[in-house]
Design a protein around this ligand. Structure first.
Ligand code: ZN
Length: 169
């Protein structure tokens, strides 16, 4: 069989039919591959609207409370267990970035900001509070600046590393 044919009937599942019926453009090809026939249709599917979050909630995963968010809520219990295990691998990375020792007000990062497991006290500006809430705020701030970076137009100048993730010297 050579060339083009019009109006060829074919059958497929209703689910498979949805995309070509809605978005098919131009010609389709009937292809024989390893003894099976495939209908190859070009579909022009519009991009979905980009999603823009109103804000972020930073979550600190800790020893006492399973999770503490940047608005100060604590979460405990089995429901979070699965989520927690899934996040364990990411945890080391977060700790490396000093989430727990960084002051969200002045940016000062020092081990001494964290005199105990439960308390945060900035050695430079004096900000004090529950350590897990402070860590949650830091995570939220990092998400905010990362989001700005991801959605910003391509930079024409060289990137300033310190500006990307809100990291400190
Ligand atoms: Zn401070």
């Amino acid at each position: 069989m050579d060339g083009r044919l019009k109006g060829i009937r074919f059958a497929c599942s209703p689910n498979q039919l949805k995309t070509p019926v809605q978005y098919r453009k131009g010609e389709s090809d009937l292809v024989l591959r390893r003894g099976k026939w495939f209908l190859v249709a070009t579909c022009d599917i519009p991009e979905p609207e980009p999603y823009a979050p109103a804000d972020w909630i930073g979550v600190d995963r800790g020893m006492v409370n399973l999770a503490t968010t940047s608005d100060g809520s604590n979460y405990q219990g089995r429901r979070l267990g699965r989520y927690r295990r899934r996040q364990v691998r990411k945890r080391a990375e977060l700790q490396r970035k000093n989430t727990s020792q960084r002051c969200p007000r002045c940016g000062h990062t020092e081990r001494a900001n964290r005199p105990g497991r439960d308390h945060f006290h900035c050695r430079r500006c004096g900000l004090a509070g529950p350590a897990d809430v402070v860590a949650g705020v830091n995570v939220r701030d990092r998400a905010r600046s990362a989001w700005v970076f991801v959605t910003a137009p391509a930079p024409t100048l060289s990137l300033n590393q310190r500006g990307l993730g809100g990291c400190d010297p």
